[in-house]
Design a binder for this molecule. Structure first.
Ligand SMILES: *[C@@H]1O[C@H](CO)[C@@H](O)[C@H](O)[C@H]1NC(C)=O
Ligand SMILES: *[C@@H]1O[C@H](CO)[C@@H](O)[C@H](O)[C@H]1NC(C)=O
Ligand SMILES: *[C@@H]1O[C@H](CO)[C@@H](O)[C@H](O)[C@H]1NC(C)=O
Length: 436
């Protein structure tokens, strides 16, 4: 029992953005790790499509991260997103799209028209991600809640269940309170209670289908920090002003690190578990360089380059036995809740959000559109390791559903003859009574 719930209560108030973001990307497998787990044979072609899909997922993820950070750049707050859950959810949407809606998703997600390759690639990535050992646990889940009175198309259901191993759950959307209760229960379970959904039954008012993509991660540091060395210290902003007091953990150990010149930053790798598959990459800009500027350059640098730099350094360090690093890292907890509609629109996914343009005819005969993409995450980083969870929730509405007039509060009325514009009666109702 290395993890005790509630151990980490301290919130770190300044921008430690990068540390949090990287936990998520790093859980994305590298093509090499992928290739060995796919079972698709050793010929060159399958490996090429896996590389293409995983590189596309990486490009999308880094663009998402930089776009989200750009949106909040002026606000300077803690933030953590899970690109994987957004990517996985949008793949399911892609499977249900046609026409220009499909083109936009394919462009932004860097997909080709090859559905079979995509599905195979997705399964390989998800299979590689899922681990459950004594030191690391990663579990991911995709679920679609749909209205039991409005079934989904059979072909779509088959693809979703068989190719994506997603769950399909019929619920009664007419009973909004009950539907919300069921979805809430599901999310709490999928994220081990880390995430309490921020949407209310009101958000489901025009909802007809809810897609949820979730991830839970628990990783023990390969080299845990000793709690007796943790002590209170100040934390500074980009300009060197003290912004808060934090619980600073520390240790001296052989960690990999490397400078990335274009980003004017150093990268430090803190590995999880024993398998050497998951790490937190921490990006520290040089003094005087703004974190957001470093993040914006990350997209062009890419993960492959970072791993190469780290590996080259590791080789040099091992050779000269000079690999000890002194690390000071604050304990922190970050909770994020954002609506991704505008971010995704900026990234080129637009039609799917428009009632008049969305083409989701493969999902259902109902004219659906994506009304909201809600993204919620939480991370806790302490001496022992990291616990994190995220959900991406897509709420789909029916564009044909009529606007609702719920006359359960005071209203006025006029009775008119239209050709002559005669006002025959007018009145107001503040407390209706009916007596015959
Ligand atoms: C959706 O796209 C398909 C393929 O381009 C097209 O045939 C169909 O008319 C479109 N449907 C709607 C509702 O836009
Ligand atoms: C992982 O293993 C633990 C302990 O064996 C178990 O409680 C947990 O449910 C497992 N998680 C998954 C996703 O299978
Ligand atoms: C932590 O440090 C203290 C003080 O040096 C030492 O007594 C203790 O054994 C260390 N704990 C672990 C788990 O290494």
């Amino acid at each position: 029992m290395w993890w005790k719930q509630g151990l980490v209560l301290l919130a770190c108030i300044t921008t430690v953005v990068i540390a949090q973001g990287s936990a998520t990307w790093q859980s994305r497998p590298l093509p090499a790790a992928l290739a060995s787990s796919t079972g698709v044979g050793q010929s060159q072609a399958p490996l090429d499509f896996l590389k293409t899909i995983s590189k596309g997922a990486e490009d999308f993820s880094l663009e998402l991260f930089s776009t989200v950070c750009q949106e909040v750049a002026g606000i300077k707050k803690n933030l953590m997103i899970s690109p994987f859950t957004v990517w996985a959810l949008l793949l399911l949407v892609t499977e249900g799209s046609s026409g220009e809606t499909l083109n936009e998703l394919q462009r932004t997600l860097r997909l080709t028209n090859d559905n079979l390759a995509l599905r195979q690639g997705y399964r390989a990535i998800e299979k590689t991600l899922r681990v459950n050992t004594s030191t690391i646990e990663v579990s991911t889940m995709q679920t679609i809640f749909y209205d039991l009175n409005r079934p989904l198309k059979r072909d779509f259901e088959e693809v979703i269940e068989q190719q994506y191993q997603a769950n399909l759950k019929p619920i009664n959307f007419f009973d909004q309170a009950k539907a919300q209760e069921e979805i809430t229960k599901y999310i709490e379970q999928a994220t081990r209670g880390l995430i309490k959904p921020s949407f209310s039954s009101k958000d489901l008012e025009d909802g007809q289908m809810v897609m949820i993509s979730s991830i839970f991660f628990k990783g023990q540091w390969k080299l845990p920090f000793n709690t007796s060395f943790t002590k209170e210290e100040p934390f500074y902003d980009d300009d060197g002003n003290v912004v808060s007091q934090v619980q600073m953990m520390t240790q001296t150990a052989p960690f990999n690190y490397a400078p990335i010149v274009e980003m004017q930053s150093h990268i430090l790798e803190l590995p999880y578990g024993k398998e050497d598959r998951l790490s937190m990459l921490i990006i520290v800009p040089k003094k005087g360089v703004r974190l957001n500027d470093a993040i914006q350059k990350l997209r062009n640098v890419g993960l492959e380059r970072i791993f190469n730099e780290l590996r080259d350094k590791e080789i040099i360090n091992t050779k000269y036995d000079a690999d000890e690093v002194e690390v000071f890292l604050p304990k922190f907890t970050t909770t994020t809740s954002i609506n991704l509609n505008s971010v995704l629109e900026k990234m080129g996914i637009q039609d799917v959000f428009q009632p008049n343009y969305a083409n989701l005819t493969k999902i259902s005969d109902q004219p659906l559109y994506l009304s909201r993409v809600i993204h919620q995450t939480k991370i806790e980083v302490s001496e022992e390791g990291t616990v994190a969870a995220a959900i991406t929730v897509g709420i789909f509405a029916n564009k044909a559903s009529p606007p609702r007039f719920y006359l359960n509060r005071p209203f006025a009325y006029l009775i008119v003859e239209k050709t002559t514009r005669s006002l025959l009666f007018c009145g107001q109702v503040t407390k209706p009574v009916f007596i015959k």
